[in-house]
Write a protein that binds this ligand. Structure first.
Ligand code: IYR
Length: 230
C-alpha cells in the first residue's frame, strides 16, 4: 500500500449488508442506545484481573475504525505490568499536581471541572488491571525511510478511541478517557518512536465495589441535532 503509485486502481470486492425492516432496525438501535446510555467514565476501579483476550478484542474493534486514506494511524499499547503502571501513575500525578495545585490550569478550566470532582491523585492508574495508551502516528514511514504523511490522523484516532470504548462497555468493563497533561512522559516510559504522540490513556477494568460517578445528564436530541428536510 505504501508504495502504490497514484492512478493505479485498487482491487474492489463486493459489499452487501442485509436490509433490515424498519421495525427491526429501530428495535436494534433502541437496544444499543439504551445499553450505551449506561456507559459512564469511571475513576474508581477494582483490581480484579481482566484476561488479555478481552483487551485484544476491544483493540481490534478500535482498529476497525475508518481512517484518513486508510492509513490506520494508531498504536494501542496495553500495560498490565504493575511496575510500568506505577511509573505511569507517578509521572501522571506529578503533571496533574502541577496542573491542579501549581497554578498551571486556568481558573475557567478548574471551574468547568468542578462538576466532575476530579483532582490530581490518580490511584486508578495502579488499581485498574490494564492501562491502554492510544498513540496517534502523526506520520508514517515509506519503506525507504522517508516520512510518509498521514491524513486526518487525529480524527481517525478519535474514532478508534470511540469504538474501543464501545467495545469495552459491551463486555461489561469500564474505562476512562484520561488525558494527564502534558502526556509526553508516556512516549518515554512506553518506549514509543518519535512519530507517535500519546492521544489518550484508557484504564480498563471493573468498577470498584464502592464506585460512584457524578450525577450527570445527557443533552436531549433537540439540543444536539438539527434536521433540515424538504
Ligand atoms: N487531566 C486532568 C483534568 C481533566 C480535564 C478534563 I477536560 C476532564 O474532563 C477531566 C479532567 C485530570 O485527569 O484530572
Amino acid at each position: 500500500m505504501a508504495t502504490r503509485t497514484p492512478g493505479s486502481k485498487p482491487r474492489m470486492v463486493p459489499y452487501k449488508r442485509p436490509r433490515l425492516p424498519e421495525a427491526l432496525a429501530g428495535e436494534r438501535a433502541r437496544q444499543f442506545r439504551e445499553d450505551m446510555a449506561t456507559r459512564r467514565s469511571v475513576r474508581m476501579f477494582s483490581d480484579a484481573p481482566v484476561p488479555r483476550r478481552l483487551i485484544e478484542e476491544a483493540i481490534l474493534t478500535g482498529a476497525s475504525a475508518p481512517s484518513g486514506a486508510h492509513q490506520q494511524p494508531w498504536t494501542f499499547v496495553a500495560v498490565s505490568d504493575p511496575r510500568i503502571k506505577r511509573r505511569i501513575r507517578t509521572a501522571a500525578e506529578e503533571e496533574e499536581r502541577r496542573s491542579y495545585e501549581g497554578g498551571r490550569m486556568p481558573e475557567e478550566w478548574r471551574a468547568a471541572l468542578a462538576a466532575l470532582g476530579t483532582d490530581w491523585p490518580k490511584p486508578f492508574l495502579e488499581s485498574a488491571p490494564w492501562l491502554v495508551v492510544l498513540f496517534e502516528q502523526v506520520h508514517g514511514w515509506f519503506p525507504d525511510g522517508s516520512v510518509r504523511k498521514h491524513y486526518y490522523a487525529r480524527e481517525s484516532v478519535g474514532i478508534a478511541c470511540g469504538l474501543f470504548i464501545t467495545a469495552i462497555h459491551r463486555m461489561g468493563l469500564v474505562t476512562l478517557t484520561h488525558t494527564p497533561s502534558p502526556m509526553r512522559f508516556l512516549t518515554e516510559i512506553l518506549g514509543r518512536p518519535r512519530n507517535e504522540r500519546p492521544f489518550v490513556l484508557l484504564p480498563v477494568g471493573y468498577p470498584a465495589d464502592d464506585c460512584v460517578v457524578p450525577d450527570l445528564q445527557r443533552k436531549p436530541l433537540a439540543d444536539v441535532a438539527v434536521f433540515i428536510e424538504p
